[in-house]
Design a protein around this ligand. Structure first.
Ligand code: KG4
Ligand code: ZN
Length: 348
């Protein structure tokens, strides 16, 4: 551990997240306690385009970042001079959107003479769990978001090994595309989830298992199967029950995610399974995993809804791993749209 000033005193990290369509600033105490977590969502702005428009997202971040930062500091009830470090999402994400947060973070770090911690967005989603439960190692994280679907093994704190990833669409992306075909606005995941719960029956749809020993995922075939059902029903001039389609899609997604996550947890003999990312808000997935993990005797951690979607508190929680080890980022930090999670692992 570095002998920098601030160790031994309470740690306060101001964290910034602007990788996609949420401008968020949080203040986290000692890596675990949320003093504030302000999230300004741009969903209403992007809705009319049916998805996130990168240029519009960057512009909105520029408009919102200052007020969001001021609110986060005010709500936390601390002075800027109490801060120990500034953390910011450096990737993956939309490069223009990332840059807005990065420039703000650099300005604060320079003005306050504080260390800067460039943070990985997915490490943030995983460490959102640390804000509510004690994580134990080894653990396995099932990361399900709009841009990512991954199984990540953490053998020890802050050391990430991706053992499976999607070969095409991320699960949230598949939800949003299916939702659009069912005429729901962006982001469609929550609508499909709600509809799936209302259905009394499910349209049978395929499961994409890939090779028997693979932990990878693929959702584009399932999405095409849904579109085929919709088109064929239309061509036959028949009435389609959208709820049955939603339920069939959701059952297929949950089956594959759950089987692979449980198999991985058993093979690597982990102490906990962690669910995280925007799609971790899915009621069907939460319920199915909760029941299955209880039956298997496997402890399951799921963050509360507010910490599943993008937020800066999770970035502060992940950044704390680096702060504890004195692993800081130089001020020439750049936004890295395809930043590797494994490469972001702690060094010591
Ligand atoms: O993690 P997140 O907020 O942003 C990314 O980093 O991608 O995830 C957003 C994704 C969207 O695709 C959204 O439709 C999906 O999470 N989502 C859901 C639910 N709530 C959000 N998908 C399925 N069921 C939900 N309840
Ligand atoms: Zn995310």
């Amino acid at each position: 551990m570095n002998n920098i000033s601030g160790y031994g005193k309470p740690n306060y990290i101001l964290a910034i997240e602007t990788s996609c369509d949420e401008t968020s600033v949080a203040i986290i105490k000692d890596g675990k306690e949320i003093l504030s977590n302000i999230v300004a969502s741009q969903i209403e702005t992007h809705k009319r385009f049916g998805g996130v428009v990168p240029e519009v997202a960057s512009r909105k971040h520029v408009e919102t970042i200052t007020i969001t930062t001021e609110e986060a500091v005010e709500e936390a009830g601390i002075a800027l001079t109490d801060l120990s470090a500034i953390a910011v999402t450096m990737g993956p994400g939309l490069v223009g959107a990332l840059l807005v947060g990065i420039v703000a973070a650099k300005a604060l770090a320079m003005a306050l003479d504080l260390p800067l911690i460039g943070t990985h967005h997915i490490a943030g989603h995983i460490y959102a769990n640390q804000l509510v439960h004690e994580m134990e190692y080894p653990c396995m994280a099932l990361v399900v978001s709009g841009g990512h679907t991954e199984l990540v093994l953490l053998e020890s704190e802050g050391v990430f090994r991706v053992i499976g990833r999607t070969r095409d669409d991320a699960v949230g992306e598949a939800y949003d595309k299916v939702a659009r075909a069912l005429q729901f606005p962006y982001p469609g995941g929550p609508h499909v989830d709600r509809l799936a719960h209302e259905a009394e029956a499910a349209v049978p749809l395929p499961r994409s298992w890939l090779e028997p020993d693979s932990y990878d995922f693929s959702f584009s075939g399932l999405k095409s199967a849904v579109l085929n059902v919709i088109n064929q029903t239309k061509m036959r001039n028949e009435e389609l029950n959208f709820a049955h389609v939603a339920r069939g899609f959701q059952e297929s997604v949950i089956d594959v995610l759950m089987e692979k996550a449980i198999r991985a947890a058993k093979e690597f003999e982990v102490k906990q399974l962690l669910l995280c990312g925007g799609v971790a808000a899915n009621r069907g997935l939460r319920e199915a995993l909760t029941a299955r993990c209880a039956a298997e005797g496997l402890p399951l951690l799921i963050p509360p809804f507010a910490l599943c979607s993008d937020n800066a508190a999770m970035i502060g929680a992940a950044a704390y791993l680096k702060w504890k080890r004195g692993e800081f980022t130089a001020l020439d930090l750049k936004g890295e749209p395809t930043l590797s999670l494994e490469a972001w692992s702690v060094q010591s």
